[in-house]
Design a protein around this ligand. Structure first.
Ligand code: ADQ
Length: 443
């Protein structure tokens, strides 16, 4: 059988703390299934990166890593990836910035990825490239004579042509994507956007590029097991004791402006204003570990959230009740699943999201006999599948506030029916279906 080679910007080395994020979970699952080589940036910055990658083998997986220089990190990672592509692809055009030097850096790092990876490749490898950091990689590998099949999966949304056109080198990016043998998206809508862009960039008729929608999922039974087992553990028991009988609403997100936390906090404040009977009876726990905190936009949003927390608690708290508990800490995954199981409401309201695995995890973590209700943004890819959620527009503070009320008062039979429908959807497109489906299509 051919060897699987996964390439992503960051990789999760064995026995290092897992970087919270959906991509790492997905790639690791694919690698654990087949074994193979996982290539990417080590997370280290060095003045003089080594000419060949460092490699480490554990079981069936070989991890090969390279480091970046500070300039590469600034232009490629902080600049083009996270200040240009990330906001643009999430339709957050007011946060979008462009600098020609960042684009040059992005191309240069992709070239260096290709140069370091190419010598490690075997003739029968299949290469699977992940996410927006590495769009030019197929072109760079082909330039070095690599002929093996190369697939690409985009974990974030793919924007419509009229949004993509804000990016000066947008046509080049679209042409780069056609260098892959297969381009995969989270949803059919993302795939359609890409085809519209192809038509725009190649008016004379685009090259044949195979595409597909491969919605990423979760390992349903693992999450069910994790959540149930976590209920007996110290951290979950302590959290529940701390509720002193009050109901729990939970949010778990990387601290990122695309997750809609500022809007969510405002909606909660509105909820407390308008639905006074829930005051003193509900605790909203928001867990949001810092991410990309050396980028200005992330520091700004962090400040806004701290202020909003202070405002809400200052205005509504009582001597024995804090309405909003906002934590920047990270928790082990099973503990998070236990927190979710203990919650009556899950609040997942991104302004835009490729998929959103937290929404799926929240559903799987529930007790089917007495499940909590999910409030979910219509602008997350997950909304296509989780029709049993209370669907909201995250910008509509009134709508989100009403959805919280509806979730808190939903009768048991309705919660059970919605949960069962959502669980069936999760099983339909689980994590295994995602990687086996993509790899089967790559051939
Ligand atoms: P993310 O934007 O990182 O992923 P998401 O899909 O929700 O978002 O995945 C987050 C993962 O990290 C979940 O498994 C969650 O449990 C975990 N996590 C979150 N907070 C954590 C914490 N405090 N401690 C520990 N673990 C935590 C990107 C795209 C998404 C897409 C995924 C996968 O932005 O749209 O769904 O990739 O393709």
């Amino acid at each position: 059988m051919s060897r699987l080679v996964c390439v992503s910007n960051r990789i999760t080395l064995p026995r290092r703390a897992v970087v919270p994020g959906g991509l790492a979970v997905g790639v690791l699952a694919a690698m654990q299934n087949t074994g193979g080589l996982w290539f990417g940036w080590s997370g280290e910055l060095e003045a003089h990166p080594a000419a060949t990658p460092e490699s480490l083998t554990r079981g069936a997986i070989t991890y090969a890593t390279m480091s970046l220089t500070q300039t590469e990190y600034d232009r490629y990672y902080r600049g083009f990836c996270n200040t240009t592509l990330w906001p643009l692809f999430h339709y957050l055009t007011d946060r979008f910035r462009y600098d020609h030097e960042w684009h040059v850096g992005y191309r240069a790092v992709n070239r260096r990825f290709a140069e370091q990876l190419a010598p490690l490749l075997r003739p029968d490898d299949r290469i699977w490239v992940h996410d927006y950091h590495l769009i030019p990689l197929a072109r760079e590998l082909r330039a070095l004579g690599v002929t093996q099949p190369i697939g690409f999966f985009l974990h974030i949304p793919f924007p419509h042509l009229e949004v993509l056109r804000l990016l000066p080198p947008y046509a080049e990016l679209v042409r780069d994507l056609t260098q892959f043998d297969l381009v995969g998206f989270q949803t059919a809508a993302d795939e359609q956007s890409f085809h519209a862009c192809l038509a725009g960039v190649f008016p004379e008729g685009p090259p044949r590029t195979r595409t597909g929608a491969f919605p990423i999922g979760i390992d349903v039974d693992t999450i069910i097991g994790e959540a149930a087992a976590a209920m007996g553990t110290e951290p979950v028991k302590r959290m529940i004791t701390g509720l002193i009988g009050r109901r729990l609403m939970i949010g778990v997100d990387r601290l990122d402006y695309s997750k809609g936390l500022v809007e969510r906090f405002s909606a909660y404040q509105r909820f407390l204003e308008r639905h006074s009977r829930h005051r003193g009876r509900l605790i909203y726990l928001q867990i949001a570990p810092l991410s990309r905190d050396d980028i200005q936009a992330y520091a700004t949003i962090r400040e806004a959230l701290e202020q909003a927390t202070g405002r809400t608690n200052g205005r509504f708290a009582d001597t024995d009740w804090t309405p909003l508990r906002y934590l920047n800490r990270n928790f082990p995954h099973p503990t998070l699943m236990g927190f979710m199981r203990a919650a009556q409401v899950g609040l997942v309201t991104p302004l835009r999201d490729g998929m959103n695995l937290v929404a799926k995890e929240f559903v799987a973590a529930q007790d089917p006999e007495d499940p909590g209700a999910l409030v979910l943004s219509s602008l997350a890819g997950a909304a296509c599948e989780l029709e049993g959620a209370v669907i909201v527009n995250p910008y509509d503070l009134r709508g989100v506030s009403q959805a919280i009320e509806a979730a808190l008062t939903m009768p048991l039979a309705e919660r059970q029916a919605r949960h069962a429908a959502m669980l069936a959807a999760l099983r339909n497109h689980d994590l295994r279906a995602w990687h086996t489906g993509f790899l089967a299509a790559l051939g």
